[in-house]
Design a protein around this ligand. Structure first.
Ligand SMILES: Cc1cc2nc3c(=O)[nH]c(=O)nc-3n(C[C@H](O)[C@H](O)[C@H](O)COP(=O)(O)OP(=O)(O)OC[C@H]3O[C@@H](n4cnc5c(N)ncnc54)[C@H](O)[C@@H]3O)c2cc1C
Length: 430
């Protein structure tokens, strides 16, 4: 008998309508495709495959949205994080860059159109994304990046301090990049909506079903779980920041990062009235970033970097509460009623990774904190590959699963690097 994995008390879990859990797998089954991971990546792939008539079984150790997809900040922000266009081009080459840039710049529109097509009720809104600049150097870099990204199809502009203050309600930043394509969803309702759309087309979803091994058996794959095995032609691995030893070297190919969030109960107008009044999402340009949103019912959600506390939980919430008041002094004294976090996968080149380690085994992960839009693109692309697209025609280069050199040392040093980055951010924002 499996013990249910604990869900964090996230705002999303509190505010999403109750749902009956998906049952565990209890017998051997056959399918065309087995999907491991019921987050955006896995469920988007499952939906596209079911639309094409394939029999799909989705397995998750928790349930739909148990991973990052049900805990995320839910900002649907197009754009690859960190890298300037020239850096991306250097890593993947000109041809792949053009495809990747087009997919990432179109990713938010793709998500909102998907929501519309399947009529997913998830409080979707595309009101724009403000990336606020915390220093002169960040401003200069943003200006250069905007020009370069606009040259390949983005639609961004710099706004001045008065407009930043009006749109954000914060005076902590002097300028910002305004990206009109960005928006927000209720993340748990969105991922559950994807699952429901898949199920309506024949996808079977099993919760509390941890996969312990995958192996080749003749021309097919066997996916092993406690309650039974699934035989299929293809296996999609969509485990992102929750990746373990299922695929050789996969967990070693990413850095485990733990973003955390805090949220309030609905706040009175005299407190929240001028914060993000037009419904923009916001994040900043610091090395250790903040990201925030205002809910339709006047709750405030604020996120940033956390750390595992060594006891199965997360820490960093005190810093986050202090930072929220620094950015939005209006929030002084409010009660933060919800605190939670989850795992994401950060790659060393800061690009999403698509792997096909063996025939019939496909893996997509590594959205570097911008996965709400990109994981949906990845899921759709993995489905296209299974349905016959050639690797050279995919927007993500198909690469080997390679462990990050000196990864353990880098992970051990990460805590200190992040402290140092926070100190530099502090000097620049004093
Ligand atoms: C706190 C937080 C805030 C974030 N904010 C944003 C944001 O505002 N905007 C943005 O774009 N991105 C954000 N992200 C990142 C984004 O949420 C993720 O990139 C995205 O949800 C990844 O989706 P996924 O389906 O690939 O993985 P997940 O949703 O993590 O799904 C992976 C699933 O795999 C399952 N699994 C793992 N191993 C096994 C196994 N052996 N057997 C069975 N199941 C298994 C897990 O249970 C899990 O449900 C945030 C993430 C977090 C944690």
């Amino acid at each position: 008998m499996t013990t249910a994995l604990p869900w964090p008390q996230s705002l999303w879990k509190t505010t999403a309508p109750e749902e009956t859990p998906n049952p565990p797998l209890t017998q051997d089954r056959e399918a065309d495709v087995t999907v491991i991971g019921a987050g955006y990546t896995g469920l988007r792939a499952a939906l596209a495959l079911a639309e094409a008539g394939m029999r799909v079984i989705v397995l998750d150790a928790g349930d739909v949205g148990f991973g990052a997809s049900g805990r995320t900040g839910g900002q649907v922000n197009p754009m690859l994080p960190f890298n300037a266009p020239a850096t991306v081009e250097k890593i993947v080459g000109r041809q792949a860059f053009e495809k990747l840039a087009a997919q990432s710049l179109g990713s938010a529109d793709e998500v909102f159109s998907l929501i519309n097509t399947y009529q997913i009720e998830c409080q979707a809104r595309q009101n724009g994304w403000l990336r606020v600049h915390h220093s002169k150097a960040a401003q200069r870099k943003a200006k250069a990046d905007i020009a370069d990204w606009n040259a390949v199809g983005a639609d961004m502009r710099v706004i001045d301090q008065d407009e930043v203050a009006t749109l954000s309600g914060s005076r902590a930043y002097s300028t910002a990049t305004l990206n009109p394509k960005g928006g927000a969803v209720h993340p748990l309702m969105f991922v559950r909506g994807l699952a429901a759309a898949g199920k309506a087309r024949g996808v079977e979803v099993f919760g509390q079903t941890a996969v312990s091994a995958i192996s080749r058996d003749g021309a097919t794959w066997l996916t092993q779980t406690e309650g039974g095995k699934v035989r299929s032609d293809w296996v999609v691995v969509a485990t992102n920041g929750y990746s373990d030893g299922l695929v050789k070297n996969l967990a070693k190919s990413i850095f485990p990062i733990t973003p955390i969030q805090i949220a309030t109960d609905p706040l009175p107008d005299d407190v929240i009235g001028d914060i993000l009044p037009q419904g923009h999402t916001i994040s900043d340009s610091r090395r250790v970033i903040m990201y925030a949103r205002r809910e339709p019912d006047n709750r405030m959600v604020y996120g940033g970097h956390g750390e595992p506390d060594g006891k199965g939980g997360m820490k960093g919430f005190d810093w986050l509460m202090k930072d929220a008041v620094r950015v939005f002094p209006q929030l002084e004294g409010v009660r933060w009623t919800h605190k939670w976090g989850g795992n994401i996968a950060v790659t060393e080149d800061h690009l999403p990774h698509l792997h096909e380690p063996q025939a019939g085994l496909i893996v997509g992960l590594g959205y570097n904190g911008r996965g709400v839009a990109m994981s949906n693109v990845m899921g759709r692309v993995m489905a296209e590959r299974i349905l016959g697209a050639a690797p050279k025609d995919l927007p993500f280069p198909v690469t080997k699963v390679a462990g990050i050199p000196l990864r353990n040392l880098k992970v051990m040093g990460m805590k200190h690097v992040i402290r140092w980055m926070k100190f530099l951010d502090y000097l620049e924002t004093r």
